[in-house]
Design a binder for this molecule. Structure first.
Ligand SMILES: C[C@@](CO)(OP(=O)(O)O)[C@H](O)COP(=O)(O)OP(=O)(O)OC[C@H]1O[C@@H](n2ccc(N)nc2=O)[C@H](O)[C@@H]1O
Ligand SMILES: Nc1ncnc2c1ncn2[C@@H]1O[C@H](COP(=O)(O)OP(=O)(O)O)[C@@H](O)[C@H]1O
Length: 276
């Protein structure tokens, strides 16, 4: 057991593509998704002590502090007791895996603190937890449990925008009209530049975008606003929404876009970031 506190980052997850390719008998959907991680996110700190969760940070309001918090569920799964601080910077129920990334960061931190082995079946915490445990670019298939790490991707300069509405993942899956959409190509191309990657991404989809817009029409405004910004090469929703991302040629263009969107929509959560 380490005696010093251990902090692990819980980066935002972004689904650059999200193809829904079928549905299992238990109702879970089969996915094919290109997942990357942002250089922004939450932070989980664990210290030796009795089991306790404290939530801090600008996005802590409304996040459950009881045993339903994914961080505490992760601690129960790994079987470790600790004093845990969750520093929340990501909006919840936003399609960027906040809770799943927190759970994954907590597992990594507790494994470092106590020497415990990482559990084999982390998907029991949520379909997004296996990819968040890896926390690097990957292709995610099955219902989320099949994660194939990808060779280093070109860095993408993005702006993440959430109109500050929480979206329920089951509600969006329920609204899907077609559940048997085509997957990504069996062999993904090797992308040597961000331009190559963005060009290819434009030929792919997020199949949850349409049902999410039906549930929360403001998502269409977010996508429109992103597309209208200077240099925006592609605008798409992540996960089941409502967070959308725009991709830009460089960090300066992303920063300028974020400044302009914050001016025009002070009520939106807007973050420039690097994805890789
Ligand atoms: C849609 C995705 C894409 O990355 O992202 P988010 O929008 O959550 O960020 C994930 O698959 C979400 O993962 P996660 O949020 O961990 O899902 P879970 O807690 O396991 O499931 C929540 C609910 O979503 C639906 N669900 C989830 C995953 C999946 N492959 N098929 C589903 O049908 C089910 O109705 C399930 O009860
Ligand atoms: N650590 C956590 N952070 C945020 N939400 C959490 C957490 N633990 C449990 N939840 C619950 O999980 C729900 C989904 O949150 P989140 O994982 O952020 O969304 P998404 O699945 O869209 O990425 C929230 O509405 C919240 O009630």
């Amino acid at each position: 057991m380490q005696s010093r506190p251990i902090t692990e980052p819980a980066p935002a997850k972004v689904n650059l593509t999200l193809h829904v390719t079928g549905r299992r008998a238990d109702g879970y959907h089969l996915l094919d998704s290109l997942v990357v991680f942002a250089d922004i996110g939450d932070r989980v700190t664990v210290r030796p002590g009795v089991s306790h969760l404290r939530i801090t940070g600008p996005m802590s309001a409304g996040v459950p502090e009881g045993p339903e918090n994914l961080v505490l569920r992760a601690a129960a799964l790994i079987g470790a007791e600790a004093d845990i601080t969750l520093d929340k910077h990501l909006p919840a129920a936003a399609g960027i895996g906040g809770g799943s990334s927190d759970a994954a960061a907590c597992l990594r931190a507790l494994a470092r603190l106590t020497g415990a082995r990482l559990p084999d079946d982390v998907a029991s915490l949520g379909a997004d937890v296996p990819v968040c445990l890896l926390a690097r670019a990957a292709r995610m298939r099955g219902i989320g449990e099949e994660v194939t790490p990808l060779a280093r991707l070109p860095v993408l300069h993005a702006v993440l925008v959430n109109p500050r509405i929480a979206v329920s993942t089951p509600a969006i899956f329920k609204r899907l009209v077609r559940r048997d959409n085509p997957p990504m190509p069996a062999r993904l191309p090797g992308w040597h530049t961000a331009e190559n990657l963005i060009h290819w991404l434009a030929t792919q989809r997020n199949d949850l975008e349409e049902p999410a817009i039906a549930e929360a029409p403001v998502i269409a405004n977010v996508l429109q606003e992103l597309l209208a910004t200077a240099g925006c090469a592609i605008a798409r929703m992540s996960g089941s929404g409502a967070t959308c991302f725009g991709l830009y040629p460089d960090a300066q263009a992303a920063q300028q876009t974020a400044d302009a969107l914050r001016r025009d929509h002070p009520d939106w959560w807007v973050m420039p970031t690097r994805l890789s």
